[in-house]
Design a protein around this ligand. Sequence first.
Ligand code: DGL
Length: 269
Amino acid sequence: MFDSGVGGLSVWREIVRRLPTESTLYFADQAHVPYGPRPVDELRRLSEGITRFFVEHDCKAVVVACNTASAAALKYLRETFPTLVVIGMEPAVKPATARTRSRVVGVMATPATFQGRLFQATAGRFAAHVRLVNQVCDGLAEQVESGVLEGPEVDALLARFLDPMLAAGADTVVLACTHYAFLIDAIARRAGPGVEVIDPAPAIARHLANLLAAKNLLAASAQPASHAFVTTGAPPTFDALAARLVGAPVRSSAAQWHDDRIEMVSRPG
Ligand code: DGL
């Protein structure tokens, strides 16, 4: 699975919990974080390069653990790698519209996620009778990426992003960026007790489990699982933050982009 950085670990931890015998390879493209402001063409090129890297490492399924990359490249990846199982993040508009009583749903995401056709299609399909208040949350993923999960800066950003949707009457808030799941406590606190905050990660893990079972691709239960992490940023920085976020030691390896290809480099130090 891949993300621009540590955000996808919120999906990784759900997948590992649900599928404990599956081995994983997590790729953080921290050389390019944040993905949110990047154009579609670039996001497709990056997503394709990372997926090719996964194919070279014999992955049987790819989870695009990033709403931004999913919005830009999910369809493209499925067309480019037709025999591979490719799953992406779909904004949880469907469950939100089923749960809202006020019929107002707030959606928090990056700019590229809202621009993508995937979001337009999901919104059009499921939110016909519900008002969606779409909020671009500039700078929020960057807070998580730098390890700031609470405090005055996060509170100020959350006030700016959440207050307009609360004022509009939202009683349900969708986290449509995988980084935001690590801020769910702060988001729920700001939103207050009457508001439900939806993180789609458990549903994605369930979907992956169902798909692997249906395709007869589940790992044998006797097999010990291994978990590898690769970053195009600095491994020590990734490891320290990832360990905090998932509550277990993490040891990543470094990789580098060479044009559109990814190559492993030896770990510094
Ligand atoms: N975690 C990514 C997402 O789900 C995006 C964060 C970024 O802008 O890089 O959209």
